[in-house]
Design a protein around this ligand. Structure first.
Ligand SMILES: Cc1cc2nc3c(=O)[nH]c(=O)nc-3n(C[C@H](O)[C@H](O)[C@H](O)COP(=O)(O)O)c2cc1C
Length: 198
């Protein structure tokens, strides 16, 4: 069994989502002591924004690749293969300016691959990347459960992972991080209860 841990917070040792990904790794390794844990820190080692070469490498068939695209392909495909080889995927996903950090978006850009993780037919889109558990470690400054402000962080991740066929998707969240230490402590307490259920 492989557990993949993804982090995308830029707030270093102050990071709430990194504390949550720590807790989630501890939880799942206790449950699956033989699991291999693979860590991808998208801030320490960022993936570049996609460009004309990497877009082709990610999204077109290898036999159609010209030299530069063929050269780019192995590194791009490795990101997808790492995800596909994982049974549990833990994704640290802070809310930055109402959406996910661009580092995390660059990772998603390697996973949405026609013919591999999704396909279209007359019946509509079909996700092909099910069969794994994905747990989002969400952290945000405000409170969004009251629906007063639109958010494109958890909703984006719900749409994306649903589209590629992940039906075992969970959110563990600390919100109201901007309200101060008491709110953060209450958020962690609630999050730990959610983690225990996974
Ligand atoms: C660059 C940046 C942008 C942020 N934008 C928002 C925002 O749009 N809405 C919000 O509720 N909180 C926002 N916050 C607060 C974070 O969501 C909150 O601090 C959260 O804990 C971040 O996760 P992290 O601690 O793992 O970095 C922002 C924080 C940063 C650093």
């Amino acid at each position: 069994m492989q557990i993949l841990r993804i982090d995308s917070s830029t707030t270093g040792d102050q990071s709430i989502s990194r504390r949550l990904t720590d807790e989630l790794v501890a939880h799942f390794t206790a449950k699956h002591p033989d699991a291999t844990v693979v860590t991808r820190d998208l801030v320490a080692e960022p993936l570049a924004h996609i460009d004309p070469i990497t877009t082709k490498a990610i999204r077109t068939a290898p036999e159609t690749h010209e030299e530069a695209v063929a050269a780019a392909y192995p590194d791009q495909r490795a990101v997808l293969d790492e995800f596909l080889a994982s049974d549990i995927v833990i994704v640290g996903a802070p809310m930055y300016n109402f959406t996910i950090p661009s580092q995390l978006k660059a990772w998603l850009d390697r996973l949405g691959v026609p013919g591999v993780t999704f396909t279209y037919s007359e019946a509509g889109p079909e996700g092909l990347a099910g069969g794994r558990k994905v747990v989002i470690a969400s952290a945000r400054g405000g409170e969004y459960s009251n629906d007063q402000i639109a958010e494109n962080q958890e909703s984006l991740l719900t749409t994306f992972f649903g589209f590629i066929g992940v039906d075992d998707l969970h959110f563990v969240r600390v919100e109201k991080a901007g309200f101060g230490p008491d709110a953060i402590a209450a958020g962690f307490q609630a999050a730990k209860q959610e983690i225990a259920k996974l």
